[in-house]
Design a protein around this ligand. Structure first.
Ligand code: C2E
Ligand code: CA
Ligand code: CA
Ligand code: CA
Length: 279
């Protein structure tokens, strides 16, 4: 009986209990957030490095919590994945990103339409018919499929099921392009390039961070860019923060980039002002 009492004490250890309560509260809050549409998108410009011209946008989700303010994705996406709430959230992200991109493209008369990139979680591929969800978002927004990019992480591809490849092929058949996010951070990046129908490589920020001052990082980055060229893939460098990094990447013929050096992720209004100054 004494031992049992001790075990029980451990279960009700205050710090653990507080953490457990916080996580229950967060789950309840997240359910409410899905019902009340408490999510917003930010859009980070993707630019052509040689010219600085904006050619696309990456949609990044935020949770506008009524008491806690803006919550970044890394603080709620894991729980959203565990509870499958990422399914309705991800569907909303896709529809909203397509809708907003179509609206901006309609105002760009004459200019090349912008692409919009949307991050997808493995849970969405496992638990929904993602090709159908993507097709519906394109149809309801009127965004051409060629303007949409789906970003997948290597971890998504590691744990893939048989149906993953088939779903990705179906999405490609719609005319949508696929990007591998955080390229180079996993163990088998090269294997995935052969196995999955990828169009775009996103060079992880950890390489870009050191490209100006660590020779090994520069060699790896240039190697990834050349690999992309050899396979006829676009390369996007992530997390460019200074002019030194930009010039290394431009010299290495990296096609596209994004990062605070150009622009942070912006809300609709701020991005509209950047794209259509003075209107
Ligand atoms: P990610 O897809 O690798 O997105 C890039 C992250 O780097 C974003 O963080 C962006 O704000 C940040 N970033 C961009 N440029 C710079 C820079 O120059 N310096 C620094 N330090 N950071 C930069 P964010 O928005 O907090 O998103 C974090 C991650 O959350 C994303 O990483 C992505 O994996 C995930 N995520 C975001 N939105 C969604 C979504 O709608 N669905 C899913 N499933 N995941 C999402
Ligand atoms: Ca991404
Ligand atoms: Ca990334
Ligand atoms: Ca990342």
């Amino acid at each position: 009986a004494k031992k049992q009492g001790k075990d029980r004490l451990e279960v009700f250890e205050p710090a653990l209990q507080a953490a457990f309560q916080a996580s229950l509260q967060m789950e309840a809050d997240l359910r409410r957030a899905v019902i009340r549409h408490e999510f917003e998108l930010r859009y980070q410009p993707i630019v052509q490095l040689k010219t600085g011209e904006i050619t696309g946008l990456e949609a990044l989700v935020r949770w506008q919590h009524p008491d806690r303010g803006i919550i970044p994705p890394l603080d709620f996406i894991p729980m959203a994945e565990e509870t499958s709430m990422i399914v309705p959230i991800g569907e909303w992200v896709l529809r909203e990103a397509c809708r907003q991109a179509a609206r901006w493209n309609a105002r760009r008369d004459g200019k090349q339409p912008l692409t919009v990139s949307v991050n997808i979680s493995a849970v969405q591929l496992d638990q929904t018919d993602l090709p159908r969800v993507v097709a519906a978002a394109l149809a309801s927004s009127g965004l051409p499929a060629a303007c949409l990019v789906i970003e997948l992480t290597e971890s998504l591809l590691v744990h893939h099921r048989v149906s993953t490849l088939q779903q990705l092929e179906e999405i490609k058949d719609l005319g949508v392009r696929l990007a591998i996010d955080d390229f180079g951070t996993g163990y088998s990046s090269l294997a995935y390039l052969r196995r999955f129908p990828v169009d775009i490589i996103k060079i992880d920020k950890s390489f870009v961070d050191d490209v100006g001052d660590v020779p090994a990082a520069a060699a790896l980055t240039l190697g990834i860019i050349q690999l992309g060229q050899a396979l006829n893939l676009s390369t996007i460098a992530e997390g460019i923060e200074d002019a030194g990094q930009l010039s290394e990447l431009t010299d290495g013929n990296c096609e596209l980039g994004q990062g605070y050096y150009f622009a942070e992720p912006l809300n609709d209004k701020a991005l509209g002002e950047l794209l259509f100054p003075g209107s």
